[in-house]
Ligand binder design. Structure first.
Ligand SMILES: NC(=O)c1ccc[n+]([C@@H]2O[C@H](COP(=O)([O-])OP(=O)(O)OC[C@H]3O[C@@H](n4cnc5c(N)ncnc54)[C@H](OP(=O)(O)O)[C@@H]3O)[C@@H](O)[C@H]2O)c1
Length: 295
């Protein structure tokens, strides 16, 4: 099959491209950086250098493809992440229509079933709806849960204050996922026969509480007393602003954790729980410990 992978050599796209190449597919990887071409070719894929801000470039790249993995990179540097996701979603829709692509696996998120209250995830909801308008498309919304890799963002807090914390209670059950498990699910979806219509697939690797996360990561970095502290929404917002995040980004993050805390974010996930992937929190803790040592 000819398969297009967006997201360059990112957390999910690199293992995804490698898996598809290994399976014998003709894979094209889109990156915005010309300097990335050699590394993409070293994987055995073809590099298409351009941006998903350019719908014509996407359409030309998608021409003749059997399947497309469509992701939107983080919008945290955008003035309004929801507007940014909508814009890229429309570019994808235009390119898919122009190129006549029949199969798309869209990287979405848990919480994307909601159209309000989930902050930075609202854009994923909107992209789902934009792509669902394309007639005849075999469309899978791949909804991963919270990436383990988000915990890298807590390294500074652990080093400075000796705690982990956000505006989410310590005993709330959270579904977590490793990018490798997302890549495996994406590869399965891209290569299986699929008829027209819309399906949702959740992807998770483990289900744990923030207290357990702090214990497991703490043990791995030699801080067995590390604990999770639940902040109020206001404390969380102040911390993020103090760390230099723009107010709109801070609001997006506060809303994600608040909806995780209330249960709204995960309500549809818990009704459609997938078989869990292979990478457990204890496995990720080894990667976390390596990153912690290097920071
Ligand atoms: N964090 C979570 O808990 C969570 C949960 C659910 C879903 N998600 C979704 O997962 C996404 C991140 O996936 P990921 O971690 O695999 O991505 P990633 O590692 O951040 O990689 C994305 C890559 O996309 C490329 N890119 C950025 N802007 C581009 C542009 N304008 N045109 C073309 N390529 C561009 C960049 O590579 P180049 O520099 O080479 O272009 C970047 O490295 C989020 O945006 C969110 O939608 C996240």
């Amino acid at each position: 099959m000819k398969i297009i992978v967006t997201g360059s050599l990112g957390n999910i796209s690199k293992p995804l491209a490698a898996t598809l190449v290994q399976q014998g597919h003709a894979v094209t990887v889109i990156s915005s950086q010309p300097a990335r071409q050699a590394a993409i070719e070293a994987l055995g894929a073809t590099a298409a250098i351009g941006t998903f801000e350019d719908a014509d470039f996407l359409a030309a790249t998608f021409a003749g493809a059997d399947a497309v993995y469509a992701m939107v990179a983080s919008g945290y540097r955008e003035p309004d992440s929801r507007v940014y996701f909508q814009r890229i979603g429309r570019h994808y829709a235009q390119a898919i229509r122009q190129a006549g692509v029949g199969r798309v696996v869209q990287l979405s998120s848990w919480g994307a079933h909601l159209d309000h209250g989930t902050g930075g995830i609202l854009g994923s909801h909107d992209v789902e709806e934009i792509l669902a308008e394309l007639p005849g498309l075999a469309l899978t919304h791949l909804r991963p849960t919270s990436f383990y890799t988000n915990y890298y963002g807590f390294i500074g807090m652990i080093k400075a204050a000796g705690i982990m914390g956000a505006n989410c209670g310590e005993d709330v059950r959270v579904a977590l996922v490793h990018p490798h498990d997302i890549a495996a699910a994406a590869a399965e979806e891209l290569t299986r026969p699929a008829g027209p219509g819309r399906t949702v697939r959740y992807v998770a690797s483990d289900e744990r509480t923030p207290t357990e996360v702090a214990q497991v990561l703490g043990a791995a970095i030699g801080r067995p007393d590390l604990r999770w502290v639940a902040f109020s929404d206001e404390q969380m917002r102040e911390n993020l602003l103090k760390n230099g995040l723009p107010p709109s980004t801070a609001a997006d993050i506060v809303d994600i954790y608040a909806s995780m805390n209330s249960g709204a974010l995960g309500e549809d996930y818990w009704q459609h729980r997938p078989t869990l992937g292979q990478v457990k929190l204890e496995d990720f803790a080894q990667e976390f410990a390596a990153a912690f040592g290097n920071n």
